[in-house]
Design a protein around this ligand. Structure first.
Ligand code: NAD
Ligand code: AKB
Length: 321
């Protein structure tokens, strides 16, 4: 990775979620414990609270957000607070409010207070059923069918607007489903994480998508690497800003189960698709990330084999302590 530049005081929103729980310690190691302020609408565990500064923050409260940014003299934001696809379909109005006004508040306060750099992640959920399933292209018409996808497209457009209109350095990428030891927060790709949890506990797993469902995925270390690489990239090299495709790996639910079974032979999965199958069916199977590779040197380090090996080792270690 490149050396750290410019980001001096960082605010992480949604820091208690799947990605925030792992991004926060990595940022603290890189930029200094007291320079990374974690925040969330939920209350942290004692351990998390003891690990560095934390602020209770509802992203929909712009006055509080402005106050936190001023008090800590924040110059960079990683905006992770959001409602994911499956939870979003259960209460679309709430997803719309949190995801749209959350991004709007972050951009508006960052513009007003002249922040240096803002990270607003997007998702493969921006694509809809009309997009080619294999190697979904970077710059195409986006017609998602989920409320989550709609808010992600709007977030990308708004972020790019703030860059071109106000010169705010907003950056973002379209993450695939993220696989991690930290628990997922209500997405369609959560089955890929849950399979590991059940396997190491010696339990049979009921998978909510069909065995042949293929989606793009990424292992957490690559996810964190992509965020930091993009945020540290030289602005003059970027032709895109808040909407980079990034790829990791692609596999079917059945292929993942087989990969886990190689290491835990007793593991069994039943396939009982629910409403999340319909969401998965609208997303591509793989992503063309050549612009991210050209503009900021992206490449993923993990494939399904190395990811599964490490996931199982880590979860077994936690289980046995
Ligand atoms: P998550 O659901 O695990 O965590 C989101 C966090 O936001 C939670 O801790 C929640 O308490 C918090 N939050 C919700 N409403 C809030 C509010 N009003 N104010 C403050 N905090 C609030 O999500 P995640 O998986 O960590 O995702 C982080 C970002 O990455 C999101 O923008 C998501 O869309 C994006 N993303 C995630 C994935 C993935 O597979 N995890 C894939 C693509 C994109
Ligand atoms: C979800 O399934 O909602 C997320 C995503 C791919 O954005 N994991």
């Amino acid at each position: 990775m490149m050396t750290s530049v410019r980001m001096k005081k960082i605010l992480v929103t949604g820091a208690l979620g799947q990605i925030g729980l792992e991004l926060t310690p990595v940022l603290r190691k890189r930029y200094g414990k007291d320079n990374v302020i974690a925040s969330d609408i939920r209350s942290p565990s004692k351990n998390f609270l003891n690990s560095g500064p934390f602020e209770s923050l509802n992203i929909l409260n712009r006055t509080d957000l402005e106050e936190v940014i001023k008090v800590y003299d924040i110059d960079t934001v990683f905006h992770l607070a959001a409602i994911l696809s499956a939870t979003g379909e259960k209460n679309p109005q709430n997803a719309l409010e949190v995801n749209l006004f959350g991004v709007y508040n972050i951009l508006e306060v960052s513009r007003k207070l002249n922040l240096t750099r803002v990270f607003v992640p997007s998702s493969i959920a921006v694509f809809g059923p009309e997009t080619s399933k294999i190697n979904a292209p970077q710059d195409i018409s986006l017609r998602p069918r989920t409320i989550y996808g709609i808010t992600k497209v709007t977030g990308e457009l708004l972020s790019n607007y703030y860059y071109y209109k106000f010169g705010l350095d907003v950056r973002g990428l379209r993450w695939p489903g993220i696989i991690s030891t930290s628990p997922p927060g209500g997405g369609t790709t959560d089955y890929a994480v849950e399979m590991f949890y059940y396997a190491v506990e010696g339990k049979r797993y009921k998978c909510f998508v069909r065995e042949d469902t293929v989606l793009p995925m990424m292992y957490m270390p690559d996810c964190l690497k992509s965020a930091i690489m993009l945020m540290e990239a030289d602005l003059s090299r970027l032709k895109h800003h808040a909407d980079f495709n990034v790829g990791g790996m692609s596999f079917s639910a059945g292929e993942l189960a087989a990969e886990i079974k190689k290491r835990i032979p007793s593991f069994e999965v039943d396939y009982e698709p629910d409403f999340r199958q319909e969401i998965a069916d609208t997303w591509p199977k793989s992503i063309d990330d050549s612009d991210a590779r050209i503009e900021w040197g992206w490449s993923a380090s993990y494939n399904i084999t190395s990811m599964a090996e490490e996931m199982i080792n880590k979860l077994m270690k936690v289980r046995n302590t």
